[in-house]
Design a protein around this ligand. Sequence first.
Ligand code: KG4
Ligand code: ZN
Length: 387
Amino acid sequence: MIFVKIYMLILAIETSCDDTCAAVIKIKKNRKFEILSNVISSQVKLHSKYGGVFPSLAKREHQKNLPIVVRKALKEAKNPKINLIAVTSGPGLEPCLWTGINFSKELARKMKLPIVPVNHIEAHILANVIDKKPVFPAVCLIVSGGHTQIILMEKIGEYKILGETRDDAAGECFDKTARILGLGYPGGPIVAKKAAELKSKKLKINLPRPMIHQKNYDFSFSGLKTAVLYEFKKRPLKIRKSKQYVQEMCAEIQQAIIDVLIRKTIIAARDYRVKSIILSGGVAANEELRKQFQSATSNQCSKITLSLPPKNLCTDNAAMVAVAGYLNTELPKEAKVRKKMKFSFDWQKGRRGLRPLLPPRFHKWKLGKKHWKEIKANANLKIGEKL
Ligand code: KG4
Ligand code: ZN
């Protein structure tokens, strides 16, 4: 008999928008995380012809892909014995959220496992703690396709929304302006690529920086989208189609978004005297945004540390859901004690292996007072709201 310290193995499922995601993570000693698998099945090709996500189509694709994606995630993780299921319960597209939740409940029933519901925004923020220790208090900027918020984070689990977009999200602005330019979906990565190709500015396009001088932490991006439309329409067809014009427009759109995001976040960080700024969400994968945030923080507030999630964990994924699920979990005592590991021989696979002996009461664990069977989808769930 050997004694090994293992804490938890979590299977996470994320279906809040157009990516079907499943991941297995291992929580080791000192709350260190190891991603054993992180599978993402993107529906981008399917939705690109609509220029955005078509919810009922996304739901159908999730239903089709979930069993395959989950099986793949478990297989890549070498089929470990899972202790807990984490699932996104909101915010997001309701039909899509329900698909993930219902699938997780069915799986939990079959595998006799508890489930923990996860807030999608919190999961984006906690993608930052996978590879490093967070520093609190922090101001978090969440920039995704559906959200743009500045959040004060006292510690994990304690959030206060300081400001948010009054209309479109930053990612949505990238997507919609890319559509005006005829660049396809999702717009963010394409706009970033075209902007990086620009060698010199010749047309001198000037787009507005909405709300940049207003004394609040709110944003507005729909005016920028309209300005792009007017600028585009006033140009003759020959110019609109030229490489130079598209590259210059992309660079200006990207810069207008970056300018507002950086200014408002730094002001919030200084006003609240926080120790760090945490970026998260799909737009945080933008290379220019990352670079300019780094130089702005070191020039304007060098005592504040900047935390950037790994690029592959900025856009939707289930690894971040697993981490948020773990950090939101009041573990029963049994899960924290040393587990006995038995050295056994697997007759089917014909090899020796270590098998954890799970405490018997563990499977009966419930989430607080609420049973996991009561978990519901909530399309408009706010961060910090009780799940
Ligand atoms: O977080 P996410 O995957 O999904 C939501 O929760 O909404 O974010 C998707 C958004 C899309 O709007 C996409 O255009 C944007 O993130 N995005 C980017 C980049 N990669 C993804 N925006 C700018 N630059 C990028 N490199
Ligand atoms: Zn997201």
